[in-house]
Design a protein around this ligand. Structure first.
Ligand code: FE2
Ligand code: FE2
Length: 171
């Protein structure tokens, strides 16, 4: 096993309960930006947050679980966005953190930190700031990964990670 595979395996062991859930897998049908599904986006944000958390001495388990569920809103926001155009504050950017949390709370057992990661990932659009360092890290990583999705292809490691995870869960 290479170092990379070991890293993927350690990440997957934390992530498995969520990633392998049938409802979680439905996110492959919703697109985040262009070619990237919400599934791929969330797994990449979770993995990059996990790597950074380990370097910074933060909680790897909480960060993986919270980051995996940060966009668990379960609809196509490009379609919903058109329906909701009437009111600025009903737009996806303002509402989806709360919707992701409601879904995540229904399907999984969340602790306080995981809840904070999900609910605060859209700060400052949602005005309450994160409480935990792990939530700040996911907030920053989500912005970075989203920005990158517009301009750059996935890295080789990110593509390998998605292959690894998808083989494990029969995606
Ligand atoms: Fe989001
Ligand atoms: Fe996101």
């Amino acid at each position: 096993m290479t170092v990379k595979d070991e890293n993927f395996q350690a990440f997957f062991e934390i992530a498995e309960e969520i990633i392998a859930h049938p409802m979680y897998k439905t996110q492959k049908d919703f697109y985040h930006h262009d070619e990237t599904s919400v599934f791929d986006h969330a797994v990449i944000v979770a993995f990059e947050s996990y790597r950074a958390a380990k370097k910074l001495g933060l909680d790897p388990t909480g960060i993986v679980r919270g980051a995996l569920l940060h966009d668990f809103f379960l609809y196509d926001w490009h379609v919903e966005g058109k329906i909701r155009q009437s009111s600025l504050f009903k737009k996806h950017g303002f509402t989806h953190a709360a919707e992701a949390h409601a879904n995540a709370d229904f399907f999984f057992e969340l602790d306080e930190k995981e809840t904070d990661i999900i609910l605060r990932h859209m700060f400052p659009l949602n005005i309450k700031p994160p409480v935990y360092l792990e939530s700040w890290l996911v907030n920053i990583m989500d912005n970075y990964i989203t920005f990158r999705e517009y301009f750059r292809p996935l890295t080789k490691t990110q593509m390998d990670l998605l292959d690894f995870v998808k083989t494990k869960i029969e995606y």
